[in-house]
Design a protein around this ligand. Sequence first.
Ligand SMILES: [Zn+2]
Length: 336
Amino acid sequence: MHTLPELQQLEELIAQAPAEVTVQTHGQVQATQGTYPIYSLSMGNPSSNAAVLGFFGGIHGLERIGCQILLALLGSLFVRMRWDSSLHYKLQNMRLVFMPLLNPAGMAKGWRSNAHGVDLMRNAPVEAGQRVPFLLGGHRISRHLPWYRGEINAPMAKENQALCQFVAEQLFQSPLSIALDCHSGFGLRDRLWFPYAHTQQPIPHLAEIYALSQLFQESYPHHPYLIEPQSRQYITHGDIWDHLYQQQLLHSERVFLPLTLELGSWLWIKKNPRQLFSLGGLFNPVVPHREQRVLRKHLLLFEFMMRAVHDAGRWLPQQANRAQLQQQALQHWYRQ
Ligand SMILES: [Zn+2]
């Protein structure tokens, strides 16, 4: 019996999930505290031609809030599946998939890394094209230091293998897929990051990212997010989304856009400096009203992403405007 509240909540959700939700287990991971399954949930059109929106969370065990906002979203979707015909209409044409708690063993330990000390966001076989910040950029010095990449030439951690296999099965076959991976801990603002993390070079799908970001900006001009390439903040080795993006590029022309939602936790600390004295408090809101606000704040973004994926044909760049969008995006994000 495990005592990880997020896992318990996820299993309660799974127990009451509507019949049309598919639940899978992708192996078990162990910590001294117990053995933990890695779950996925999927709902909607199962066809490989359907557009897919994937939600991922709990990759960093300390950043519990990312997992919690996905559990709140799942709970809301399950209730809406009972009455919301517009949701059912969308799900006839697209698929929603979730891996809300990818690193349960790390979360049980209260660690950023997995139970073996490996930082799952530094563990993929991707080498930075330039100098990375000391430690933070990923290193192989010791598993006892944060941001440890794992041993050289070792296979990826079990959690990352489960993630990669699931993304390949569920997202790579789709003509358009977007992944949203929820983290917390960096900066004063909520950010939406897109690849690359390992180089300052723009990704080949910059026009698509720019079109999506313009669509969001114009539809919801007062949204709170700063949208930018991750490399604008820092460069790292081993980013799992860089790896998956490059895998898809090698094998397919289909559009796969991995985004990271990075919740700006420094604001919670600024408003409540006592949080500095708890490790969990550096990455999660501890005051209840603030936690509730965070849980509901991102529903607009999630709803927008569903609509954008469902109606991708109406905004994805076409041959005629792609070069122009690419140019605007370079101006916007990559001017010196
Ligand atoms: Zn994180």
